[in-house]
Design a protein around this ligand. Structure first.
Ligand SMILES: C[S@@+](CC[C@H](N)C(=O)[O-])C[C@H]1O[C@@H](n2cnc3c(N)ncnc32)[C@H](O)[C@@H]1O
Length: 295
């Protein structure tokens, strides 16, 4: 498998300890990078979930040598309990969630996540369901657009951008990444040198909105905790502060819970070394948090 490098693998192995065998649930199997490492290190069985059917095809290829030890399920991780029930698995020996988008989703033409190419404005991780980014941009009020761009993109020019989107869609539908990026860039007040493309935050916001990435993340972590055997660990990797904040608070709240209580093992999140970031620039913003089930 070329092009895909899973992040913080040494730390994932260190936390999940697959060398003792055990059943693991990889809640975001993606291209199978982490699962592959877990299997090679001794995991007896992996249940791999992803909401992106194309990712599961890639995972199947990456995990070909171990397929008899792997179950790949097209599912949203928020339905982890139903998936495990269906497979007759009461508890697992560890769970991993490497949140966000995969390099395949960003790089593969036709997915509409990136403004690097001009293509249909889709952005759905699960292309079998839900509204595309173009649908949301077409039907949302100026206010909702501004709120989403502000909240999910942490974009301080959200109001100007929302106004520009609403003006532009009166002329014709905004259904390509190129058109949206051009509208956002034009709406920005400052056109001098910028560290990142001015459309970056708006694209992040739309992606999070389209895929409802923050919705139910807390309930998913609680559900994952319930399905760990005592002493088993949950490892979560995030790529932006909005997600990391939810993970941090939910794990902390689980420390005080009477059912499925967890002990947080990472007082501070673990981040990649400079060397890893150099090798794999996408690891740059990764943060890993881990907790162990104690009750
Ligand atoms: C960062 S990638 C995971 C990469 C993987 N760890 C690897 O090494 O190949 C995140 C994956 O999570 C999936 N994903 C995001 N939200 C999801 C959800 N709610 N349910 C299931 N999968 C989800 C995405 O489709 C994507 O394939």
């Amino acid at each position: 498998m070329t092009g895909h490098v899973p992040v913080l693998t040494a730390e994932v192995l260190h936390q999940l300890r697959p060398e003792f065998g055990g059943v693991f649930v990889d809640c975001t199997v993606g291209l199978g990078g982490h699962s592959r490492v877990l299997l090679a290190a001794g995991a007896a069985r992996i249940i791999g979930l992803d909401r992106d059917a194309e990712a599961l095809d890639r995972a199947r290829e990456a995990l070909a040598p171990w397929l008899e030890r792997v179950e790949l399920v097209h599912a949203d991780y928020r339905s982890i309990e139903a998936v495990l029930d269906r497979l007759g698995v009461a508890v697992v020996d560890g769970a991993l969630a490497d949140l966000g988008v995969s390099s395949m989703q960003l790089d593969e033409p036709g997915r509409g996540f990136s403004f690097q190419r001009d293509e249909p404005l889709d952005m759905r991780m699960d292309r079998s369901a839900g509204e595309t980014a173009a649908d949301l941009v077409a039907r949302s009020s100026e206010r909702d657009l501004a709120d989403a761009i502000f909240q999910y993109g942490e974009e301080r020019h959200s109001r100007r951008i929302a106004r520009a989107i609403v003006d532009a869609r009166r002329q014709s539908p905004i259904d390509t990444t190129g058109r949206l990026a051009a509208i956002v860039r034009r709406a920005m007040p400052h056109r001098g040198w910028m560290r990142i493309d001015p459309a970056t935050r708006t694209f992040q916001a739309l992606r999070i909105w389209v895929n409802r990435e923050l919705e139910g993340l807390d309930r998913f972590l609680e559900a994952a905790a319930r399905r760990l055997r005592l002493g088993a660990r949950l490892v979560v990797i995030t790529f932006h502060s909005l997600e990391d904040r939810i993970v941090k608070h939910t794990l902390r709240a689980l420390e005080r819970s009477d059912v499925a209580a967890m002990k947080v093992l990472t007082k501070k999140p673990i981040v990649p070394t400079d060397e890893e970031v150099q090798r794999n620039p996408r690891a740059r913003s990764a943060k890993l948090r881990a907790a162990e089930r104690i009750i």
